[in-house]
Design a protein around this ligand. Structure first.
Ligand code: PNS
Length: 162
């Protein structure tokens, strides 16, 4: 049976670090689905639809192919994984603090639906970048074009000059 993995996250917005994980995970599994998790209690800069659109366009920009996309607006990621037959969740790890934080999710997702989590070490050049930092720096007028694709940099400029 073909292997299907999920790569979940807020992706608000997607960074080059996320895209590196997407490219590498897509080389390991037969199929990768990127899941944009929308948390209604969290104030996001981009809507779930905008986030998916930016990931799709960023993948095109970088020549990453064969990925599918979905949004999870409510409910458990583990239940979504069971429903679509995914046995693996992918997470990128930038630092040991990420690992400490992620272990609880990995353990809970295994307990809930026997879904395993595979961690990919972030490439060193992306280890200090996060979506929240990108939002903050961009919102204060800083140049984040080293850390995001051209379409994301443009979308950030549009958001903050409105
Ligand atoms: O990019 P983020 O915000 O660090 O991603 C966190 C995310 C969305 C992967 C996590 O919050 C999640 O899995 N949410 C889905 C709801 C869920 O299943 N919660 C229980 C986790 S064990």
């Amino acid at each position: 049976m073909a292997s299907l993995a999920l790569y979940p996250g807020s992706f608000d917005p997607v960074t080059l670090g996320h895209l590196s994980v997407i490219r590498r995970a897509s080389g390991i599994f037969d199929h990768l689905e990127v899941v944009v998790v929308h948390n209604p209690n969290k104030n996001s800069l981009f809507s779930a639809g905008e986030r998916i659109d930016l990931i799709e366009r960023s993948c095109k920009e970088l020549g990453i192919q064969g990925i599918s996309f979905s949004t999870l607006n409510s409910g458990l990621l583990a239940a979504h994984a069971r429903k679509i037959g995914a046995k693996t969740i992918i997470k990128g790890l930038r630092t040991s603090a990420d690992l400490d934080y992620e272990l609880q999710f990995a353990s809970m997702n295994r307990d809930l639906e026997n879904v395993e989590t595979v961690f990919l070490a972030t490439e060193p050049e992306y280890s200090q970048v996060s979506s929240s930092l990108i939002r903050e720096v961009s919102g204060l007028g800083g140049d984040v074009s080293k850390h995001v694709t051209a379409c994301v940099a443009e979308a950030l400029r549009e958001k903050f000059t409105k």
